[in-house]
Write a protein that binds this ligand. Structure first.
Ligand code: ADP
Ligand code: NA
Length: 332
């Protein structure tokens, strides 16, 4: 049976205004350029899964002003049959980029928060094996989708992957059914926020092996403390230019660490986390029902950090996600 990923998440139109300085209260300024690009974490991660080489359905919504984004996603091999077109504006990010390289962003949730699906969660393709979630849609929708993974009528369990960005509230985190979550993907800041929200005592962390490359990294105790709070969930913590640290309880022993890819240049890190996550999910999908080992996890993370690195070498977010064959050529 083939593997299939369902992404339930956001679609945004990112509008970049190039300005000399970010506008101040009461001021009117002109922009020297305007670029419109497709974005949203749901859309970005769905494209990354597709470019990595796997079948992916995106469950999302746009307004009539976002039909071109739906087209673009379709051309990127994402199945958009469940991207509803609603009577609202497509989600927007209005981004001012100053000459100094600063930015300031206004988000409008728009269609991402429209109630569009009669059933919650909407009917899934029967071949879905993996569900990938972020947090740019109503939390209730994310919850319903997470709970759908363990429905008794399913022929086999569905693996779930959650990249909680933006971070849910403390209350939302407490009601999250962590037992339904197979993989948590966070960056170091998110790992810190999560462990602060979920840790009630100052639990003791086993010291890392002395010669481990991550022994002195601040992320190590954060991830290990988080692991004590959510003991049945695998944790993957991305560390920007320092790579990735993964804690998988079933693989007894030390975490798996991979350094970042060696890059030609660091140009634009936007979308790198989404690219990493999509590639990681593709790797888990290709593994199928084979048991995860340290070796197979290392191989999955290696391809994911290479893909994310190539995304950093190129400007833009969605459009800078490399194709699987380009990643494999760099790894060869
Ligand atoms: P996010 O963008 O979600 O904050 P990170 O900054 O941790 O996530 O980046 C995700 C992944 O992208 C990293 O694990 C790494 O593989 C890659 N990456 C990010 N920044 C760099 C960099 N400067 N050099 C090489 N790889 C990078
Ligand atoms: Na990029």
């Amino acid at each position: 049976m083939p593997n299939r990923c369902l992404v339930r998440g956001s679609i945004n139109i990112d509008e970049f205004f190039h300005v000399h300085d970010i506008v101040r209260p009461g001021e009117t300024i002109s922009s020297s350029g305007l670029e419109k690009r497709a974005g949203g974490k749901g859309a970005n991660q769905a494209v990354a899964v597709a470019r990595a080489g796997a079948a992916v359905d995106l469950v999302a919504a746009v307004g009539n002003d976002g039909l071109w984004v739906r087209e673009l996603l379709m051309r990127s091999q994402v199945n958009v049959d469940s991207v509803a077109v609603v009577d609202d504006s497509t989600g927007r990010a209005i981004i001012q980029l100053s000459q100094e390289g600063e930015n300031s962003i206004i988000l409008f949730k728009g269609a991402n928060y429209s109630a569009v699906h009669k059933e919650n969660p909407p009917t899934m393709h029967p071949e879905v094996t993996h569900i990938l979630l972020q947090n740019e849609i109503p939390f209730a929708d994310t919850l319903a989708q997470l709970e759908s993974s363990s429905h008794p009528s399913l022929p086999r369990p569905i693996a779930t992957i959650f990249n909680p960005s933006p971070m849910p509230t403390a209350e939302e985190l407490r009601i999250l059914p962590w037992k339904n979550l197979t993989w948590l993907v966070v960056n170091e800041g998110e790992a810190e926020d999560l462990s602060a929200a979920l840790t009630f005592d100052s639990s003791i962390v086993r010291p890392p092996p002395n010669d481990a490359p991550y022994a002195s990294m601040s992320a190590y105790p954060v991830v290990m403390r988080l692991a004590q709070c959510i003991p049945t969930t695998n944790i993957v913590c991305t560390l920007g230019g320092a790579g990735v640290l993964a804690h998988v309880p079933a693989l007894e022993g030390a975490p798996v660490y991979l350094p970042a890819a060696v890059l030609e240049a660091v140009r634009d890190t936007t979308g790198a986390g989404d690219c990493f996550t999509g590639y990681m999910v593709d790797g888990l999908m290709k593994l199928g029902e084979a048991a995860l080992t340290r070796e197979s996890l290392t191989a999955i993370l290696k391809r994911s950090v290479q893909a994310a690195g190539m995304c950093v070498e190129r400007r833009g977010a969605m459009e800078s996600i490399p194709a699987g064959h380009e990643v494999d050529a760099r790894l060869a």
